[in-house]
Design a protein around this ligand. Sequence first.
Ligand code: HEC
Length: 163
Amino acid sequence: MKWPSVIMISALVAVAALQGCRQKSSATDFKPPDKAYGSEPDWNNSQQIISLNYQQTQGQRIFYSNCVWCHASATPAGPSNMSNLKPQPPLANDGATLNSLSNDYLQNIITLGGSAMSKSAMMPPWGRTLKQDEIRAVIAFVRAIAQPPYQQPARTSSQYSEK
Ligand code: HEC
């Protein structure tokens, strides 16, 4: 066999193999558009599914790697630390506690930790572990799962002032 035909044949085999893979994955990986990003069951009612946008889905991933241990009653690995801590951390979906706190305040306490904000030092600082964007994403996730639901504050008139 001459070299060019060997190359041709191996190219054909490669293409066939690739197509095989593609067909297989397109059969199993297809997701309808509304499931393009993530979802999270409502923590108070697991029948209810909250769909998440891209940023909230990033935040969900960050939450389940860093925050779930103290801010949920259970974790993927079993029980959480929450009930052992004093003061007890709020559940991440505790809208009654968190909805009234501004995004700026949350960004600060998550970045700097509890002690920098006159709160318990049991809340660690994340500013060296997480980027500011990642902290914004985790806040977006917390807002998405809040019960009662979080309402974005109306913009203050000063933001529209003409200058
Ligand atoms: C080791 C346990 C622990 C971990 C991990 C932890 N927290 Fe906390 N967190 C606490 C405790 C304890 C408090 C309560 C502080 C207080 O009320 O003085 C708290 C409070 C908070 C508050 C409420 C602040 C307020 O003023 O009421 C927010 C928001 C928060 N944590 C976000 C996060 C986020 C986001 C993560 C993950 C990036 C995280 N926490 C990880 C222990 C933890």
